[in-house]
Write a protein of this length. Structure first.
Length: 71
């Protein structure tokens, strides 16, 4: 079984998620340069962007806070 690798052109033609505004909110967060550098180093090891890493860490932190509130 082979899996086709998607290209940037494939993503450019993709339909936008119609539920994005209901599920997500775009925000801008100020990050210190030394913190961004740390995220960049870790992201490079994982083969991802620093922004994706920060998004994942933020989501995991929110899940932990929700779990803590439920106790």
């Amino acid at each position: 079984m082979t899996i086709k690798e998607l290209t940037a052109d494939d993503f450019a033609r993709a339909a936008k998620n119609p539920f994005f505004d209901k599920l997500c909110q775009k925000v801008e967060v100020v990050v210190r340069r030394k913190d961004y550098a740390l995220f960049s180093e870790i992201a490079e090891i994982n083969g991802e962007t620093p922004e994706n890493l920060m998004r994942r860490v933020l989501r995991m932190s929110a899940d932990d806070m929700r779990e803590h509130d439920d106790e």
